[in-house]
Design a protein around this ligand. Structure first.
Ligand code: ATP
Ligand code: MG
Length: 548
């Protein structure tokens, strides 16, 4: 991958030079409450690549402090996604493994008079924190004694209270202009089983308290996160300042990556899956890493795409089309280029003997000779793309087949359309053509010039195949639809399924295999493809649909 500089690397370089840190340690801290999406790829790449640039290392740390939403399934999927992207964490840690140590720190804060048990309801608390006009209002429980706080916090841990009945709050400053500093909750009661801790705990630390402590326990030097945590940084620093920890981590923020017409929010992606509107997290239309992988994007294309979007403190919005450019760059010289007919039209070569078949040599990738060649079949019965035929040639620009017109079937012969067969509704269902034996590809024949080159597959050896084409899950935002619920903005045409044929050489294709189907695009064999029923996903078209 191209080595690029960014503002985070500059900070790290300065910190090493000034001696603030001796090495660079970062962490990627996903909450295991859904699958990762392309936005997370920016965070992963930033965490891993910046540390790597200075011979440092990166931990994967599951931020699993909310038992109601977290699952082992998501933990496994996140580990798998990182591996697939090509990143190996130095350690895999779990925020929940620090529960005891985090609890000890909470006791320390209470003893220092920096935390208190509050009885206010969540609603009362938020009204008093954000009064809409100036300072917040102090809780009547704010000045409980250390002894009382210790006793109540112990009782909270012992399960004496219902959810919401009591919280532990940091005692900071109810007049702070930053709401996050107005005595935030740092522990809450949740009576739910934790995916790793079982029923050991019924009090759980909040992110803003747990995260800086976890960073400090691990010796993380640069805690990188997206920009919405910007105004949580004073709280992060406050926790570190008073926690009596050995290491002093710092938080730095970068802009989020957004994709046009795509929602990158785990909550929304989970709702989509739960609604059954998509096949699952790995539906090819999902912006999840598992979805992009199934659709056929490669780790290199994703990494290069992310790096190309740059890194700054400002959120950026880019188009998925840009990712397609990187996919094409990656696969152009690597994958073979077989023939597939997505939308077939039957062709009968009337002067070719029935029952005979011949094989013609065809390079696997014209731009990469090292990929060798294979034999493709030709006979009286073939299929071409319906789009490659028009009954009457409209103008000189039409460089494909038409009635009375001759084209080259790629790597085979010149073929001329003599007549068409129509059904009772006037739809063309078959072309009657002739071929010229003298025009065999490679024979040096150059007496006539064909009206273009089109691809084909021989019909008796062709394998039936399904092709999935995708469009954006959401329709473009407009003035009329912008306030609609995201479910009402779902694109009814986001999945288009075609039934066609591929050449026989694809009989052994396996899920994940990639091809450039001649003149059609880059395709990847779907996970549901079997030798009885081949299924391919269109990963990217051959040409960019936008200009840079
Ligand atoms: P979401 O908003 O989708 O629910 P999240 O931030 O709550 O995501 P986490 O599991 O907490 O999800 O994310 C792990 C890390 O990924 C965080 O440090 C977060 O800053 C970062 N991250 C999440 N979404 C993006 C994005 N779109 N662009 C850049 N970084 C992101
Ligand atoms: Mg988060």
């Amino acid at each position: 991958m191209k080595e690029t500089s960014n503002f985070i690397k500059t900070i790290m370089e300065n910190d090493l030079e000034s001696g603030r840190v001796k090495e660079i340690i970062t962490r990627f801290p996903p909450e295991p409450n859904a699958y990762l999406h392309i936005g997370h790829a920016r965070a992963i790449i930033t965490d891993f690549e910046t540390a790597k640039a200075f011979n440092g290392y990166t931990n994967l740390r599951f931020d699993d402090t909310n038992p109601t939403k977290e699952k082992q399934e998501f933990v496994d999927a996140i580990i798998e996604d990182l591996k697939w992207l090509g990143y190996e964490p130095a350690n895999v840690f779990y925020g929940s493994d620090y529960f005891e140590k985090t609890y000890e720190k909470a006791l320390l804060f209470i003893k220092k008079g920096l935390a208190y048990v509050d009885d206010l309801s969540q609603e009362q608390m938020s009204q008093m924190r954000d009064t809409k006009n100036g300072a917040g209002i102090e809780s009547p429980y704010r000045n409980r004694s250390v002894e009382e706080n210790l006793r109540l916090f112990q009782e909270m841990r012992d399960g004496k209270y219902q959810e919401g009945e009591k919280t532990l709050r940091a005692k900071i400053d109810m007049t702070s202009p930053n709401i996050n500093m107005r005595d935030p909750v740092i522990y809450r009661i949740i009576h739910s089983e934790h995916h790793r801790q079982g029923n050991k705990w019924c009090i759980y630390p909040m992110y803003d308290f747990a995260h800086p402590l976890q960073d400090a326990f691990e010796g993380v030097t640069h805690s990188l996160c997206s920009i919405e945590y910007d105004n949580h940084r004073p709280l992060y620093d406050w926790v570190i300042e008073h926690a009596e920890v050995e290491h002093t981590p710092h938080q730095y923020e970068f802009g989020r990556l957004n994709i046009s017409h795509t929602v990158l929010s785990k909550r929304y992606l989970r709702a989509l899956v739960d609604s059954g509107k998509v096949e699952g997290y790995d539906d090819c239309r999902m912006p999840t890493l598992v979805g992009l992988r199934r659709k056929g994007y490669t780790p290199d294309s994703i990494r290069n795409f992310i790096v190309s979007t740059g890194l700054s403190r400002i959120n950026s919005t880019v188009d998925f089309d840009l990712l397609d450019n990187f996919l094409r760059d990656d696969l152009k010289l690597k994958v073979s280029r077989p023939n597939a007919i997505i939308n077939p039209l039957k062709v009968t070569i009337t002067n070719y003997p029935e029952g005979e078949i011949e094989y013609l040599d065809c390079p696997n990738n014209q731009e990469n000779e090292e990929m060798g060649s294979r034999q493709i079949a030709f006979s009286r019965h073939c299929y071409i793309e319906r789009d490659d035929f028009i009954e009457e040639k409209p103008n000189k620009k039409w460089k494909r087949l038409a009635k009375g017109v001759e084209v080259r079937f790629m790597h085979a012969y010149f073929v001329k359309c003599e007549d068409v067969v129509k059904d009772e509704n006037g739809n063309i269902i078959e072309l009657l053509c002739t071929y010229d034996k003298a025009t065999k590809s490679g024979s040096g024949f150059n007496e006539r010039k064909p009206n273009g080159n089109i691809h084909f597959v021989e019909a008796t050896t062709a394998l039936p195949a399904t092709f999935n084409h995708f469009e954006s899950l959401l329709v473009e935002e407009t003035e009329e639809n912008k306030n609609l619920d995201l479910f009402e903005r779902l694109n009814p045409h986001s999945l288009n399924v075609y039934n066609g044929f591929v050449e026989a050489s694809l009989a052994q294709t396996k899920p994940g295999d990639k091809y450039q189907f001649v003149r059609n695009g880059y395709y990847t064999t779907d996970k549901n493809s079997t030798s009885e029923h081949l299924v391919f996903n269109l990963t990217a078209s051959l040409k960019s649909s936008f200009t840079l």
